[in-house]
Design a protein around this ligand. Structure first.
Ligand SMILES: Cc1ncc(COP(=O)(O)O)c(C=O)c1O
Length: 427
């Protein structure tokens, strides 16, 4: 049967960004069963034993408590499970000197849904037919933003400026404040900090500049903190979360070992939280209460923040070190390769300047030598203008073993050397 789809139906049944590439990757993995493959494409976090144990312990505690029936056998409030909300209020007030009340917090079914609610509550067409834009101030950014808006024309991303350290083969993206435009036509602003895919962390100053631009128009700024402190604390550089009247601080427990339970947390002004809460009531009622109850335990005891700092962060930081040192040793010095500064998240982002083929073609070349990474062009949602840089980058996952990362990068270096050489000879 082929049902007739509405415009929105057709659009929402399309796979966007990296999901589309994952299909190709999964087919490659299936076709190469038995062959040695170095798969550095995954966005799924690894199961770290200490982290799994924490969630087991919290589950055992919940099972043994009289709360269990109330948690799993009954519906609850759309805003979230009260003990978790109260725990977050207490933890954040203490940790960051805030004055939050329970009205400032919303628990969602994963943080992806926060962006979906916000993109459609604040972005899209007003009753007067005006288009409110969803602004991504620094492209590339999280590919998942590409599918969140029911009106894709509302999504607008801005090209960054590049800080390049040629001798060190490193670079860093910065928001281009000469171009960035936030006006009465802006519905909301979204960016990830630390950033998936690049590992960039916008400075507090850059964040303040963005929120200051949005404040006069009452535009909410969603700071996607899926990798930020206090959990999962996947920042490798000093950073403090930024709060403010027009900021919705968005967190996720997915990279803190709980992606299966779908827990997102939005912290913001009561008026903004209420809009998102109503959206949630209409779409999915509420997030899993089992997940919320175990999250409440892990946060209240302080164990989650502690494990994030002592286990999760060092684990991935070490992986980045392996990636960096292997590229240093294996990549030819005379090639224009640039690794983005590794300031956080679980990925490395490699820019091959003047690459003589597209990122997709390079990805195919890598597959031939058993290495799988993600072509970078899927990470520029909302960037309408053509930009050759879009086709010169690769996302390399830090979820591989040390050996997979090392061998994967050594092979990548050989492929890069060959590809640039062939191009030089044929010129
Ligand atoms: C930057 C970023 N934001 C949001 C998400 C979605 O996370 P969640 O599992 O909380 O929906 C991800 C997942 O990879 C992410 O990388």
């Amino acid at each position: 049967m082929k049902p007739a789809l509405t415009k929105i139906g057709a659009q929402m049944s399309n796979l966007t960004g990296v999901r589309a590439i994952m299909k190709d990757i999964n087919e490659t993995l299936r076709a190469s069963a038995g062959q040695e493959l170095y798969n550095l494409s995954a966005g799924n976090p690894l199961i770290l034993p200490e982290v799994e144990q924490l969630w087991r312990d919290c589950t055992a505690d919940l099972l043994a408590s009289s709360e269990y029936g109330e948690v799993v056998c009954r519906y609850g409030s759309s805003q979230g499970y009260a003990p978790l909300i109260n725990t977050i209020v207490k933890d954040f007030n203490q940790r960051y000197g805030l004055n939050l009340t329970d009205r400032n917090v919303l628990i969602t079914a994963g943080s992806q849904t926060i962006y979906f609610y916000a993109a459609n509550a604040f972005g899209g067409y007003t009753v007067d037919g005006d288009l409110k834009e969803i602004v991504l101030p620094l492209s590339p950014d999280y590919t998942g933003y590409g599918g969140v808006c029911l009106f894709p024309e509302a999504l607008v991303a801005y090209k960054p400026t590049l800080d390049i350290d040629t001798a060190a083969h490193r670079f860093k993206y910065r928001p281009d404040f000469n171009q960035l435009s936030i006006t009465e036509n802006t519905g909301c602003v979204i960016f990830s900090r630390p950033c998936n895919p690049t590992g960039n962390v916008l400075t507090n100053d850059e964040v303040s500049k963005i929120t200051d631009l949005a404040a006069p128009y009452n535009v909410p700024v969603l700071i996607d903190s899926a990798y930020a402190p206090p959990f999962p604390a996947l920042n490798f550089t000093e950073m403090t979360p930024v709060f403010g009247e027009n900021i919705i601080h968005c967190m996720s427990l997915s990279k803190a070992g709980l992606p299966g339970e779908r827990i997102g947390i939005a912290i913001g002004d009561e008026s903004l939280i209420q809009v998102l809460e109503c959206f949630q009531t209409n779409t999915g009622i509420h997030s899993s209460r089992y997940g919320q109850a175990i999250a409440s335990r892990a946060i209240e005891s302080g164990a989650l923040a502690q494990i994030a700092e002592t286990v999760i962060r060092p684990f991935y930081q070490k992986k980045f070190d392996v990636l960096e040192s292997t590229l240093e040793a294996a990549m030819p010095k005379n090639l224009p390769w640039f690794l983005h500064r590794g300031e956080g998240a679980i990925f490395g982002w490699l820019w091959l300047q003047d690459l003589p083929m597209t990122d997709w073609e390079f990805y195919q070349e890598l597959k031939k030598v058993g290495v799988i990474v993600v072509p970078g062009s899927s990470f520029f949602p909302g960037l309408k203008e053509e930009w050759e840089h879009k086709h010169q980058c690769l996302r390399i996952s830090l979820t591989g073993s040390d050996e997979e990362i090392t061998i994967g990068m050594q092979r990548l270096a050989k492929v890069a050397e060959r590809v640039y050489q062939v191009a030089a000879v044929s010129v």
